[in-house]
Design a protein around this ligand. Structure first.
Ligand code: ADP
Ligand code: GLC
Length: 489
């Protein structure tokens, strides 16, 4: 099968969150399964072209793409995803993408991604490659299925091309004013009240995608169920209900070439489930670097996250005073909303001997924290899939999570299963989104941390789980087949 995989961020070129990890690894597994895959992303100016082996495509040349009545020149570069033959096509338009950030609050954020979507379609035409499926991801690609069907409906090349749309996060829908539809030159009838593109008087890329893609999915089964409820659906639940026949949940996999403590080159000490001594050495190394007192019996709790309300920082805030009374050390990495950054700056000042906070994005440190910590805290309000808890499992770092979305699907609560006589738990989870429930779960974890045999068992259970892409990529192939059947049927 020929698959065009379209995303606004792809690891290792540009990353703000888990979408980049998915876009940088799922295509490789699809290719291993025999598909021909090409990945498309914007060419931002934050990554090194030489370092990543980008080549300008002279044979494609300059492509004029019109957005908001202006014609922009698009050029194309390509590179291969590391350790693969999967080609990445970079849509190069400096006017829109040389802004030192992946996402902006600029007035033309809609235009940036309209150009991207049109650019992808135009490149496919130029290279004469008609995919069986165009796999779109999140709002930045949400108008592509409609554009393909209508604005490029004249091109017979795409008549058999199906579209799949993955929702990685319903909280970001691509909401703009109604002027956006004319910027994209989409037929105005779609903007009447209740039309494909209209939502609450504006344009909504996510709604358009939900209603116009052949098949839709999200990144865990539980989140797929949650999205059908008003509590989680963020206003999209009725449209998803309308498409329930074509709406699926497939859990993300992870790339064990990048996230594997046995071979992780970003770690001072590698380790495996057979021999965890390297994990302890990482902990000692990190703790001493931070200037904390090292005692292997004091648990180290890690947090790595975008600092947005989705991730549970409100309840962490309410719980913080009590959490600081516990016998634990903390290492926190993240950036985002000012109020949360401020909260951790203050707590670091108040408890400098036991709390470290790094404000910013740091890939190397994220690996180090995963390896060195005993416990990983991820009490999300909602979580479509979540990757960090899956990395934690692999690194013998026991996750404490809220039971929602992908967290519910990947972390098995130790006590809950023990009560049924099963020692299969891999972490701790709680249901209620409250500081109280969070604290109780952290306390349960700290209690078991002192019971070395129990703790070792929980670590082993997690480390032996297999969340590699293979099974999920096979499910995507089935999804693509469904989409093609829908398209041709
Ligand atoms: P989301 O996509 O909602 O942010 P995920 O858990 O799916 O959540 O993925 C987050 C990804 O981004 C992980 O790979 C995580 O390690 C990474 N990450 C998040 N914040 C940072 C940071 N401050 N520095 C380095 N990596 C980060
Ligand atoms: C989103 C979600 C996260 C998911 C990631 C990759 O950013 O917030 O839960 O793991 O996408 O699908």
């Amino acid at each position: 099968m020929k698959i065009a995989f379209v995303a606004s961020e792809v690891f290792p070129y540009a990353k703000t969150g888990g979408l980049a990890d998915v876009a940088g690894s799922l295509p490789i597994e699809l290719s291993n399964l025999g598909s021909e895959v090409k990945v498309f992303m914007p060419k931002y100016n934050m990554f090194g072209e030489v370092e990543h082996g980008l080549h300008y495509q002279w044979n494609i040349g300059e492509i004029p793409v019109r957005v908001n009545g202006q014609v922009h020149s698009v050029h194309v570069h390509t590179a291969k995803l590391p350790r693969s033959n999967v080609e990445v096509y970079f849509v190069d338009c400096p006017y829109f993408f040389h802004r030192f950030r992946v996402y902006t609050n600029d007035h033309d954020e809609d235009e940036r991604f309209i150009l991207f979507m049109k650019g992808v379609i135009e490149i496919l035409q130029r290279i004469g490659w008609a995919p069986d499926v165009i796999h779109c991801n999140d709002w930045q690609t949400g108008l592509l299925p409609l554009l393909l069907r209508e604005n490029y409906g004249w091109d017979k090349m795409f008549h058999r091309t199906a579209t799949v749309y993955s929702i990685h996060n319903i909280a970001y829908q691509g909401k703009f004013s109604k002027a956006t539809f004319s910027k994209a030159e989409i037929r105005p009838e779609h903007f009447v009240y209740g039309g494909l593109g209209e939502h609450e008087g504006g344009v909504n890329f996510m709604k358009t995608a939900i209603l116009t893609s052949d098949v839709i999915n999200t990144v865990s089964q539980t989140y797929a169920h949650e999205l059908l409820t008003p509590e989680y659906g963020e206003g999209m639940e009725s449209f998803l209900h309308a498409r329930a026949q074509d709406f699926y949940g497939i859990i993300n996999g992870i790339d064990y070439h990048v996230w594997n403590p046995e071979k992780d080159v970003l770690l001072p000490y590698q380790f495996s489930s057979d021999d965890l001594s390297g994990k302890l050495q990482n902990k000692k190394f990190l703790i001493e670097q931070l200037g904390f007192h090292y005692d292997e019996n004091i648990p180290l709790i890690g947090i790595i996250s975008r600092m947005v309300s989705q991730k549970g920082f409100d309840i962490i805030g309410y719980a913080l005073n009590e959490l600081m009374q516990l016998n634990a050390q903390w290492v926190i990495l993240g950036s985002g909303e000012h109020r949360y950054e401020e909260m951790f700056m203050q707590i670091k000042e108040k408890y400098p001997y036991k709390v470290y906070f790094y404000r910013g994005f740091n890939n190397e440190l994220s690996h180090f924290i995963e390896a060195a910590s005993d416990i990983f805290l991820m009490p999300s309000r909602f979580e479509p899939c979540g990757l960090n808890q899956i990395y934690s499992l692999k690194y013998g770092t026991v996750p404490v999570v809220r039971k929602t979305g992908g967290l519910a699907d990947t972390v098995l609560d130790w006590n809950e299963h023990l009560a049924q006589g099963q020692e299969i738990g891999t972490g701790y989870s709680f249901h209620d989104y409250t500081a109280h429930a969070l604290i109780l779960s952290v306390q349960r974890a700290l209690h078991d941390f002192n019971l070395k045999n129990v703790w070792h068992k929980i670590q082993q259970n997690g480390m032996n789980k297999d969340y590699s892409w293979r099974k999920s990529a096979e499910k995507y192939i089935e999804l693509y087949k469904q989409a093609v059947i829908k398209r041709l049927g």
